[in-house]
Design a protein around this ligand. Structure first.
Ligand code: PMP
Length: 284
């Protein structure tokens, strides 16, 4: 039976409940993090905590527990749910209050929910066959740097991509790709230079993005942080995406155009290997 954490209690899945007046349910007034688990250990926990604090700070929500307590909760969920490989999902909501657009007074306490999901992450069919991407207008709100649970457009875009026979969507704002529905987007030029959009309010600052760019720089690969277009992606030597649960995930097609020779490229493969090697070694 799955064990879920709710505000201090470890409960069987069916008993884990939050009020219908929770502001996440009514307004998507909540932030979240997803930390991957490899070999029963947490990957880049500190990075996820740093981003959580930033998201909470931007929205003026108090952290409900300390980082040490958060680590204990993560570890207990890994143990109780016997997670060898998978994810820990964490959500902090502004709390439960009468429905009102105005943020409630400070005496309303945030709600904290975490659960574990077992999932095969390292063995992923995309590593061999690559993802097919379609581009779509980026219709999300303008603060994509805050990791809120306002995921309807991202979820819709991914579903539309699937209906179109693709695996995911890359979102386009003012003619340039911002990111994927739940991942950062990259292309590799013919000369081996990795291109990914610079950080701003248009994209989420991926924890995997920062680790992978560091791997790339250590491997003396050239990195350009700048916007790129769908046309540039079509003409690229290779492409890939990154996220905590997919690591480095090759892309072989965009809008029906084959990228490179249509197979996952060597840069994505190498970065995935190095990222996994480092993550395993540093996991806690
Ligand atoms: N962009 C978006 C929109 C995302 O939802 C995610 C994953 N949550 C990412 C990028 C990748 O971030 P991370 O590497 O921290 O998982």
């Amino acid at each position: 039976m799955q064990t879920v954490y709710v505000n201090g209690d470890y409960l069987p899945k069916d008993e884990a409940k939050i009020s219908v007046f929770d502001r996440a349910f009514l307004f998507a007034d909540a932030v979240y993090e997803v930390t991957s688990v490899i070999g029963g250990k947490l990957v880049d926990f500190a990075g996820h905590m740093a981003r959580l604090h930033r998201s909470l700070g931007e929205l003026d929500i108090e952290p409900p527990v300390s980082d040490d307590e958060m680590l204990d909760i993560h570890r207990r969920l890994v143990a109780e749910n016997a997670i060898e490989e998978g994810m820990i999902y964490l959500q902090v909501t502004r709390g439960t209050a009468d429905r009102d657009f105005l943020f409630p007074e400070k005496d309303v306490r945030p709600n904290l929910v975490l659960f574990a999901q077992a999932k095969s992450l390292i063995d992923n069919p995309f590593v061999e066959r690559g993802q097919k991407i379609v581009s779509m207008e980026d219709l999300r709100w303008r603060r994509c740097d805050i990791k809120t649970t306002q995921l309807l457009y991202a979820s819709w875009a991914k579903s539309l991509a699937h209906a179109d026979g693709a695996d995911d969507a890359w979102l386009v704002r003012d003619g340039f790709i911002t990111e994927g529905t739940s991942n950062n987007a990259y292309i590799v030029k013919e000369d081996g230079t990795i291109v990914t959009r610079q950080l701003s309010e248009d994209v989420l600052s991926g924890i995997t993005r920062s680790a992978v760019l560091e791997c790339a720089r250590q491997l003396q690969m050239k990195v350009e942080e700048r916007p790129f277009t769908v046309e540039e992606a079509k003409a690229a030597a290779e492409a890939f995406s990154t996220s905590a649960s997919s690591f480095v995930n090759p892309v072989v097609e965009i809008d029906g155009s084959t990228i490179g020779n249509g197979a996952p490229g060597p840069v994505a493969r190498r970065l995935r290997e190095i990222y996994l090697e480092k993550s395993r070694a540093a996991a806690i």
